[in-house]
Each structure stands twice: as structure tokens, then as C-alpha cells.
Unconditional design. Structure first.
Length: 167
């Protein structure tokens, strides 16, 4: 195997590591009719993705965007290899005029997933938990349960001998 391929394999392995549990938050997806339960969706801030790319790739990564109607195409290049994905504005963002920003973030995270970065978040279990619709957040009990899910996943993966990044 040549050196460039070995280097890329190491990059992909490091990018696929889970984010530290302190970097993962939960957002409500669907909310039930009674407004007392919500589907928890794992979320990691854009800067954590950028920091991971910096840690693993140094200066050998770049991003460019191409408009595509209301969508954005993100082109992420790592070590000379480019993968692309699209993002669209959230319906909530369109009314606030921030649709372009959310489309860029979504496209970037999807392009990162093409390299394995953050892809595991889509494989986390979908969990309906108690939700306080008035406060627009999960209950304390729910947040503790969700934190446990993330910590278990992190421990299982890191227990396989990977070194920790971004903790």
C-alpha cells in the first residue's frame, strides 16, 4: 500500500471516531400530539466538526460551496480527495432569513459524513423522551437518559483502542 493511501486510511479512521460526549447535545425532532414527548435527535456544533478536521488534517482540508436553487452544495476536500453533499434551509429558517446559513451547515455536515465524520450520529437510536413544550426543552430526566446513551456509545468505541480526540 502506498504512503498516500495509508495516510488517507489513518485520516478516515480518526475522522470516524465519535465526538466527546460533552460535544453532543440533543434537539427535539417530532413532538407528539400531547406535546409531552419528543423524538431526540443528536446534534454536534459546526465548530466541533471544524476542530476535528483541524486536529486530524491540519491545513490539508478545504471547503467550497455552490448554490443550487434554495439548496447549497458543499464540496469538502481532504488530502486531495473531494466529496460533496447538499443542504437545504429549514422551514423555520426561511421565515427568519437565515435559510442560507442552515443550508450551508447541513451541506457541510453531510459532506463530512461522506468521510465518516459524524456519520455515527445517524445510527444512534431514535428515542422518544419526556419533553417540556412550554420551556421548549427536554426534561432533566430525559437529558440524563440521553447523556447516558452518548456516553455508552463513546465508551464502547473508545474501548476498542482508539485514541481520544477533541475531549
Amino acid at each position: 500500500m502506498n504512503e498516500r493511501k495509508e495516510n488517507m486510511n489513518q485520516i478516515l479512521k480518526l475522522l470516524a471516531l465519535p465526538f466527546h460526549p460533552s460535544q453532543v447535545t440533543w434537539r427535539p425532532g417530532a413532538v407528539n400530539a400531547d406535546l409531552d414527548k419528543a423524538l431526540a435527535v443528536a446534534h454536534v456544533d459546526l465548530r466541533a466538526y471544524q476542530n476535528r478536521l483541524d486536529e486530524v488534517c491540519g491545513l490539508d482540508w478545504a471547503v467550497s460551496h455552490t448554490p443550487w436553487g434554495e439548496r447549497i452544495i458543499c464540496h469538502l476536500t481532504i488530502n486531495g480527495i473531494t466529496r460533496s453533499s447538499t443542504g437545504e434551509p429549514d422551514s423555520d429558517d426561511l421565515g427568519h432569513g437565515t435559510g442560507g446559513n442552515s443550508a450551508m451547515v447541513t451541506a457541510f455536515k453531510r459532506a463530512c459524513a461522506m468521510f465518516g465524520l459524524g456519520r455515527y450520529l445517524n445510527n444512534l437510536p431514535s428515542i422518544w423522551v419526556e419533553y417540556d413544550a412550554e420551556a421548549r426543552r427536554f426534561t432533566e430526566k430525559s437529558r440524563a437518559r440521553l447523556q447516558g446513551v452518548i456516553e455508552q456509545r463513546f465508551q464502547r468505541t473508545m474501548g476498542r483502542g482508539y485514541r481520544q480526540l477533541g475531549g
